[in-house]
Ligand binder design. Sequence first.
Ligand code: HEM
Length: 526
Amino acid sequence: MGLLATFNITENLTLGRFIWSVLALIITPFIYRIVYSLYFDPLARFPGPWYTSSFSSFIALISVRKQEPEFIHSLVKKYGSTLPIRISPTTLFFPRPSALKDIYWTPSLNHKTKLYGTGALGPPHLFSTIEAESHKQLRRALSNAPWTIGQLKKKWESRFDTLVTLFIHKMNEHAAADRTICISDKVAQFAADVMSMISFGEPFGCVANQRDEKRILENWRQGLPFFGFIARCRFFRDQVMNVGFLASWFLPTFDQAYGMGWLMGEADRQVTERERQNAEKEFEGMPDFMQQYVHFFFYHYCLDARYQDNTTLTPLQKRAHVTLLIQAGADTTATALGSILRFIASNPSSLHLAHAEIEKADQAGLLSTPIQYEETRQHLPYMVACIREGLRLNPPAPNLFGRVVPEGGKVIDGVFVPGGTEVTTHAFTTQRDVGLYGEDAEEFKPERWLKSEEVMLEYEASQFTFGMGPRVCLGKDIAIMEMYKLLPEIIRRFDIEIEAKGSYIVSGGVAYNEGFLGKFHARKTG
Ligand code: HEM
């Protein structure tokens, strides 16, 4: 009171003036931000709505509302695809496939944006390594595991077979009981088992027990809106998540009984136990990402990954990478399996052609039980086209995979972009480009992949489903192997009666399928 009286403020300060003053204090920075973003910022000349150009929170909220792909696609329809669109104060979105190579293959653009550095995926690993050179060194160190298709066929395919056989057996049980099942969940459980088998040697048991063990998938999906929000909202990411106790309040912890926290704890237990066993005697268990024993030779993968100077990963890095494989490879491949199956099953002509192709190959004795990767590749071209078309339309990881433009700027897709700008694109949009795929770009038409070798190669070079360049998906061949084996086997064994098509949902830049319900009916096979 004394201070107010000194300045004689109370005499003039009515309640109305007080409220206006407070409002002005709150609104002025917003107005300043909008005016600066739209007229003075180096990115002001690029098209985009005033609200996304001025506030990063807008795209963050769109992501939380699970509308990001549709929103971005609507911006492209409104602003066209010739110029990049400003989707946040610092981010330009490039809609055309022709931008992909410029962004993801240019070495000087290999520095990731802070979208990756939220900590929401646990301790730092390959995927969340932002700086280009550190990423290169780490990726080289981890390259000793069997990531490529040749290695996978030799070392892993027989183990995939065991899981495919179990999956078909379980679906036969559902078919015999005339049970309605959530087909998208069933294939998701298969993908989670594959990834746990690769990470820990043994599957979680989702297929055997017909449930989401340790609620891994459910918990992962529940975390996606938050993951998407903090990655996009600059204030939350840079200010709130930098406060130690707040960050730990939001993020999973090792001691949780289920979900991502349990997974982190399990990675810790498994790595610790394996290192203890190795110190006592040679490993005799099933091969996994941690290590493998083949014909008198030990292959230590993650456990003995080495940098060029021969140092190994830190204990935390080893655990983080075992966790990463499940985070990166379970629900992504699950989405691919669910979406492709739904596309085929709900398009009578595609289903008919896929059945006919498999039956013909079967009758010619070209297919084993279960189908081998190489058999699908060589003898089931229509099935392969369905897989490619499904991935094109429903990419499982449609995130804003941003890169930072280096000092001095860069020309991207014919447009000069100033240094420091975050640039990105989006598989959902580039893979619906009318310029490349034609007016029917949004329709499921596997035939488009079979027009000619030249067209197929042109489309293939424009796919962003698995990323591209030095940071391309490390597990791409694992995911492809799962699709080439499980999907034709399901089509071969069952007729699918759809009860609800469900939907492809994108949350926090990651997609999953919800509510694809139906019945499997066993088919007579030769
Ligand atoms: C259909 C399934 C999958 C899709 C759509 C997918 C998609 C992607 C994409 C788009 C990226 C690159 C992101 C970027 O540019 O930052 C990526 C990276 C990665 N993926 Fe996958 N992925 C799939 C399956 C898998 C599987 C099965 C694994 C595990 C073996 C895996 C492990 C990884 C890893 C470790 C990275 C980080 C690579 C790096 O930064 O060097 N992914 N994935």
